[in-house]
Ligand binder design. Structure first.
Ligand code: COI
Length: 355
């Protein structure tokens, strides 16, 4: 069935794949819901958005996205409470960020009204895919690609903005072991590190695959100039707990301005936990691990939520981090999930109800 309202065309799927999905055994990002949101940009403006059945699409091989990686994306989640109400978490922050990312890659910004109208309609249509219960969510992936069939190295004149959704549980099933970067870099001054540019992720795959051979799931990236300061983990921002103080790197043009990161900084304030936003040196964390004052390292992100780090290695030196009672990571995770699932007061107005 196709319905056509002001600036949104909805074409519903005749069938649903939902019965084929085992919601108790989800691998992150493998299964997608029945519908997707699509909006094309041409002649200098975004055309009427459409929601249609999820499925393959035709794009010319010469589209610039394939040649120059002109692509940006976002990660968001929808949560359902036990009464069936659906919530997003700080969605304006994701829209603002995808537009900042797009601007850096010379791509057009996406209009707020089309984004919210489309996303709400998509979530209502695929409502059954959002399972209630802490630990369940629907991962939402908005993205923009350059579709113009032209391979001169310049910004495209046509783009496609899309939203696809995937039911999710945890991203990392166990605490992660990480390597502190010594050779490779993720981002440089004046570059695109702050943006959720697709290429930022592709560039990490090779060094991360080397780290994985040595038993580390992730790399904590250091500053490209000196490799002395810890920045972010690529799929997560990172917090260090030394004694009872938290430390995290300040955002800059190399580090992603994570929504979970800024929420954790605010929650620390609310909970009376001292949190310093400043440069964190590799040496200080190694010294803290040696003298026993390093209590925790954890990564934070939409997909990863809050993921504890159980070991890190730098310059061939391996440090194990034992689990502790009264973990800040656990406390933030619980507090955040309770807000997201409508189980706790939302004093900062972070929840956005999908109605
Ligand atoms: C997210 O947390 O949403 C991300 O974008 C990380 C991703 C690479 C899975």
């Amino acid at each position: 069935m196709t319905t056509n309202t002001d600036r949104l065309i909805v074409e519903t799927s005749k069938t649903s794949k939902i019965d084929q999905v085992d919601f108790g055994k989800l691998n992150f990002g493998r299964v997608f819901t029945d519908h997707m949101f699509v909006c094309d940009y041409k002649d200098g403006k975004w055309q009427t958005p459409t929601i249609k059945p999820y499925g393959p699409m035709t794009i010319e091989p010469s589209a610039r996205v394939f040649h120059y990686g002109q692509a940006v994306f976002e990660g968001m989640k929808a949560y359902k409470d036990d009464d069936g109400n659906i919530f997003l978490f700080r969605p304006e922050a994701n829209l603002e960020r995808i537009n900042r990312s797009a601007a850096r890659l010379a791509m057009p910004e996406f209009p707020k009204d089309d984004f919210f109208k489309g996303l709400v309609a998509l979530l209502k249509l695929d409502n059954k895919w959002i399972k209630p219960g802490v630990g369940n969510s629907l991962y939402i992936r908005p993205f923009v690609i350059a579709t113009e069939p032209a391979i001169s190295a310049s910004p495209a004149q046509t783009y496609r903005f899309m939203i696809i959704c995937s039911p999710a549980q945890s991203y990392y099933n166990t605490p992660v072991r990480v390597l502190f970067a010594e050779k490779y870099s993720r981002a440089s001054n004046g570059g695109v590190g702050f943006a959720k540019a697709a290429g930022n992720y592709a560039a990490q795959f090779y060094p991360t695959s080397l780290a994985q051979k040595d038993g580390f799931q992730q790399i904590i990236w250091t500053d490209a100039n000196t490799h002395k300061y810890l920045e972010e983990a690529g799929t997560m921002n990172v917090f260090f707990r030394v004694n009872d103080k938290l430390i995290t790197a300040p955002t800059n043009d190399r580090i992603l301005d994570g929504v979970t990161r800024k929420s954790v900084i605010q929650l620390a304030k609310d909970l009376g936990i001292d949190c310093e936003v400043r440069q964190v040196s590799v040496e200080e964390i190694k010294n803290a691990a040696r003298d026993g004052s390093l209590k925790e390292i954890f990564g934070v992100g939409t997909a990863a939520v809050i993921s504890p780090v159980s070991a890190f290695q730098h310059a061939e030196e391996l440090f194990e981090i034992s689990e502790i009672e009264g973990s800040y990571g656990q406390l933030f995770k619980q507090t955040l999930l309770n807000i997201q699932h409508n189980l706790a007061e939302d004093k900062h107005g972070w929840r956005y109800e999908v109605r």
